[in-house]
Design a protein around this ligand. Structure first.
Ligand SMILES: [Zn+2]
Length: 237
């Protein structure tokens, strides 16, 4: 049998990573996705550890081939590091989806559970969960789930704060990190897949009035900046 297949994510080089290593690679991937680079100080902030311990871990990960130093810009994942990060992210997002869909967890409570389970669950368990869910492509917060082959399409970073007045858009995703924010979004009816229109925006980063379904809500700029939207609802030219 000579099946031509992309190597699955569980290659021997990424099979035995420790939980801290998985957390580092995931944090660096997320920083690169969000802001294009990962300064060591940002990695320290993201992981809530001292900058000095980041320096040590980064040196080890570079020596092991997971990342490269980029002068003046921090670190960058190598292809091996990227695949390892995507594997952990796939596990995390499938766990969140399973907790939400099968076990009725609210979307503000799945992240902490998934943070713990992502390091412990076997590959078989994760793939059985994915199959039971019908192989979902996004998690409860709208984030894309990388495939088992390690491909993922990251959405454009267009937020509710960028949306012109009067333009309708569809909510795509919100970060899973702030349970309080997620509960507030639930309160005003904002979830991935929901249509939203900016009705008014006060000057100088003032409050933004939204229409969500049949109701209106007023949100701050800080919230609007955290909600990603797709604006493909206008009729094609
Ligand atoms: Zn999460």
């Amino acid at each position: 049998m000579t099946a031509k297949k992309t190597a699955p994510l569980e290659t021997s080089s990424t099979a035995t990573l420790t939980a801290p290593v998985e957390d580092y690679l995931k944090a660096i991937y997320e920083l690169e996705t969000r802001q294009g680079n990962a300064a060591t100080s940002d990695v320290a902030d993201a992981l809530e550890v001292a900058p000095a311990s980041v320096t040590g871990m980064v040196r080890r990960l570079a020596a092991q081939g997971y990342l490269d130093h980029v002068p003046y810009h921090g670190v960058q994942l190598t292809e091996v590091g990227r695949r390892a990060a995507l594997k952990t992210i796939r596990r995390h997002r499938i766990l969140e989806s399973y907790l939400s869909t099968m076990l009725d967890y609210a979307w503000d409570r799945v992240h902490d559970e998934a943070e713990r389970l992502e390091h412990a669950a076997s590959d078989e368990l994760i793939e059985r969960m994915a199959a039971a869910l019908g192989h979902p492509t996004s998690d409860p917060h709208g984030a894309p789930i990388p495939t088992a082959e390690g491909t993922v399409t990251e959405p454009q970073r267009r937020t509710l704060a960028d949306l012109p007045i009067g333009e309708r858009a569809r909510m795509l995703l919100v970060s899973d990190r702030d349970p309080e924010l997620l509960r507030y979004l639930t309160e005003i009816g904002l979830h991935p897949g929901v249509d939203v229109t900016v009705l008014a925006r006060a000057p100088f980063d003032g409050p933004i009035t939204l229409r969500i379904g049949r109701t209106e809500a007023i949100v701050g700029t800080r919230l609007a900046e955290q909600v990603l939207v797709a604006h493909d609802l206008k009729p094609a030219r």
